[in-house]
Ligand binder design. Structure first.
Ligand SMILES: CC(C)(COP(=O)(O)OP(=O)(O)OC[C@H]1O[C@@H](n2cnc3c(N)ncnc32)[C@H](O)[C@@H]1OP(=O)(O)O)[C@@H](O)C(=O)NCCC(=O)NCCS
Length: 383
């Protein structure tokens, strides 16, 4: 009998130097540096640099990196036209995936192992993702696309492109911290799907569009959006208990809880919860944050013994909601941050490439006769 690991749980798919998770102690490190340190002292762009180049940048290296990114924030008018053509009710993650795939057609990468080509693809993807996300957010409502403002920081510029006004500096800093916390997380589903694509030596744009498609699902990045819908559905602290009982009786998952690796509270959730509390100073009786706190308390009683605790998506949505970002834009914002980690893994894969081609255990029949069409009585269904 061959070994079979559903969902590849516990199977090491690669050797990596990028990040590590200790799920028992709740420790996440990027290139050996704890996320608490990065969140307290760093910026998202320093973090992206660290993930991509293995070191925190010197001030001149950071300046060069930031300048390169600022110069590449604009997107071609044809990409804007493409985004305009997408259905306004379509999910923004689909729009982002399509726009990133199209981006690769404008910047062909004939040799993915060329360091120069890798650098510029990373710059373009990091710089242009926020522009594409903001463009879809506005164009779908018939508003004009707002050109990036080179005088603004990465976080400020995103808000400016989204809302036509700069955020106050506390909001920009919190948003930047949230991007740091979402930038990387070892071998999760979207990173793995990017890795599989990279192993075929597909270009970084294609790799990132694969990863975006995988991040969209509600069991992965889409959970932050689902959490807000859940908290809105619950509606009041008095309803929490009934809601959880019903969901659990129906064997449904509670969004924003549980993790394949963490058996304690996700360290990112701890920092994001603190940010949410700092942001929402006067917590009203039935505010989303208050309901979230009660959900967490009630869940601890119900499933804490199984190690099911809040993950990164539980509090991030509340922060974005408070910032005025539309719920369906939460996962694209996650992608804007995670692109740093995806790219780091993609480049690591190119350097130690081995095509992914796993095996399967076939459980179907063999040697079935070919039945003539006239004698086929059964109705078919897609499996
Ligand atoms: C993230 C997730 C897919 C990890 O799941 P996993 O490692 O495959 O674990 P399983 O789904 O097999 O769950 C193991 C057990 O815990 C339960 N469980 C896991 N997450 C749960 C949740 N969020 N709510 C209720 N029960 C949960 C399962 O029902 C299962 O119970 P059982 O042992 O009685 O069958 C899962 O926790 C989940 O679906 N969470 C909700 C979605 C979410 O927040 N995703 C974002 C992840 S960062």
């Amino acid at each position: 009998m061959r070994d079979f690991f559903p969902g590849l749980a516990g199977v090491a798919a690669t050797k990596s130097h990028i990040s590590s998770v200790d799920g028992q102690q709740g420790i996440l490190e990027y290139r050996g540096i704890r996320i608490e340190e990065l969140a307290a002292h760093g910026t998202f762009l320093e973090t992206a640099y660290l993930l991509l180049f293995n070191e925190l940048p010197t001030s001149s290296a950071l300046q060069q990196f930031e300048n390169d990114l600022r110069r590449h924030r604009r997107i071609k008018y044809r990409i804007i036209d493409l985004i305009k053509c997408l259905p306004e009710h379509g999910h923004p993650m689909d729009a982002l995936q399509a726009a990133v795939a199209a981006l690769g057609m404008f910047y062909p990468t004939p040799d993915v192992r060329d360091p120069e080509a890798r650098y510029w693809s990373a710059i373009r993807l990091l710089a242009k993702l926020p522009t594409m996300v903001a463009a879809f957010a506005r164009l779908r409502h018939g508003d004009d696309h707002i050109q990036p403002n080179d005088n603004l920081s990465y976080a400020e510029n995103f808000f400016y492109m989204l809302f036509e006004q700069q955020p106050d500096s506390a909001v920009a800093t919190m948003f930047d911290t949230s991007l740091i916390l979402h930038a990387e997380h070892t071998m999760n589903a979207s990173t793995f799907s990017g890795l599989v694509t990279a192993s075929t030596l597909a270009d970084p744009y294609t790799v990132i569009s694969s990863a975006i498609g995988t991040l969209k699902g509600p069991l992965h990045g889409g959970a932050n959006e689902a959490v807000i819908h859940m908290l809105e559905d619950i509606g009041s602290v008095e309803q929490v208990s009934v809601y959880l009982d019903q969901k659990m009786a129906a064997k449904e998952k509670i969004m924003g809880f549980g993790h394949r690796v963490y058996k304690v509270k996700d360290p990112r959730a701890l920092i994001l919860q603190e940010l949410a509390q700092r942001m929402i100073k006067d917590e009203k009786h039935d505010s989303l944050l208050t309901i979230a706190h009660v959900v967490e308390r009630e869940m601890e009683q119900r499933l804490g013994h199984k190690g099911i605790r809040p993950n990164v998506d539980f509090y991030s949505g509340i922060i974005y909601y408070q910032m005025g970002i539309a719920t369906d834009m939460f996962t694209p914002v996650f992608a804007m941050a995670r692109v740093a980690g995806w790219l780091a893994h993609c480049f690591e894969q190119y350097q130690q490439n081995h095509l992914f081609r796993p095996d399967q255990i076939y459980e179907g029949p063999h040697n079935r006769p070919y039945e003539p069409i006239e004698s086929r009585g059964h109705s078919s269904s897609v499996t």
